[in-house]
Design a protein around this ligand. Structure first.
Ligand code: HEC
Ligand SMILES: [Cu+2]
Length: 317
């Protein structure tokens, strides 16, 4: 933890070990393919240098198979790396369904984390060791990029969009985290730590961190405070769609096509309601784009996800 410059950061996950192996093997391949070129260049430069007596008549024989081999063999080797790294890329882009989800909002110039329990952290995130963790990320302002060298992962956090990243850290410890996308004056201080804890330490931390009403609970409070419930409830006189069980459902839009109500859809439905209007309704919902920040949207979406117990009649179809 003390050395100021780490040429090769510690590896905190099995995936990090795989990345290192890939890089080492690819480095070896590049060395193997380029070494003959540079060695022969040096030998021939010496042998045929100016003034040296040497036989300079061009050779007559061509060895077709030699020429074919030095194209085909490197090609096959490189293709091997293509499939190897593609498999790893797909793995890195496909979080397991049972991953623990932590919401991340990047903003100039800090990282904010929200746990499902309701616990909140800034520039520091606690995660359990040996369990897949998925970071659902967005940005409050400009493009940032979350980079954790010890996990060998990096992903941009984009304004108005959700991106994700997952890892399974199996070595408890504290690892640096930083922003890897130049994002303004204080970009250089947009740093933090990932704290990987043994399951029991993590449980203890979570219990101590408090819930502050819980993520979905804070969303529910907002839902009432912002007047969402005044339109979106069975008793409302305003014609607005019922939101019970909305998450994951396919919604038909006014232009006739269907979209699945995922996090991104719900975010846009709240922030820019007139972008995609639900079929059969008039666009009377006020946009909340400059009322809410991304953390509050995450809370509202968490509430909508948990909101399944429909009052009858509100369910719609
Ligand atoms: C003035 C009444 C009104 C208020 C207030 C209102 N909405 Fe809406 N909402 C609507 C109407 C009407 C629609 C359907 C038309 C559309 O898509 O714009 C809708 C659509 C939605 C949808 C998409 C529903 C679907 O079936 O796809 C979501 C999600 C939503 N609102 C959430 C909210 C949240 C969260 C709030 C509070 C921050 C809120 N609404 C406040 C009237 C309202
Ligand atoms: Cu940044």
């Amino acid at each position: 933890m003390s050395s100021p410059i780490l040429l090769w950061p510690a590896a905190a996950s099995a995936y990090a070990g795989q990345v290192d192996l890939l890089i080492a093997c690819f480095g070896a391949l590049v060395a193997l393919l380029s070494a003959p070129v540079f060695i022969l260049m040096a030998i021939w430069a010496a042998r045929y240098r100016k003034g040296r007596r040497a036989d300079r008549t061009p050779g007559k024989d061509r060895n077709v198979w030699l020429e074919v081999s030095w194209s085909v063999i490197p090609f096959l080797l490189i293709m091997g790396f293509f499939f190897w790294s593609t498999a790893m890329f797909l793995d890195a882009r496909t979080p397991p369904g049972d991953a623990l989800v932590i919401n991340v909002v990047a903003k100039q110039w800090m990282w904010k984390f929200q746990h499902a329990s309701g616990a909140r952290e800034i520039n520091e995130v606690h995660v359990p060791a040996g369990r897949p963790v998925r970071l659902a990320m967005t940005s409050q302002d400009v493009i940032h990029s979350l980079y954790v060298p010890a996990l060998r992962i990096k992903q941009d956090a984009l304004p108005e969009r959700y991106t994700e990243l997952w890892f399974n850290a199996d070595r408890p410890g504290t690892y640096p985290l930083r922003c890897a996308e130049y994002c303004g004056t204080d970009h250089s201080v947009m740093v933090g730590r990932v704290i990987v804890q043994r399951e029991e330490d993590y449980a203890r931390w979570l219990a101590r961190a408090g819930t502050d009403g819980g993520l979905a609970g804070r969303g529910e409070v907002l839902f009432h405070r912002l007047g969402c419930s005044s339109c979106h409830s069975a008793r409302s006189t305003a014609r607005a769609p019922g939101l019970a069980g909305i998450y994951g459902r396919t919604v038909t839009l006014a232009d006739g096509h269907g979209v699945r109500a995922d996090d991104q859809y719900l975010r846009d439905a709240i922030m820019l309601p007139n972008k995609d209007v639900v079929a059969g309704y008039r666009p009377i919902m006020p946009p909340f784009g400059h009322v809410l920040d991304e953390e509050q949207v995450v809370e509202l979406v968490a509430y909508l996800k948990s909101y399944r117990s429909a009052q009858q009649g509100e369910q719609g179809s």
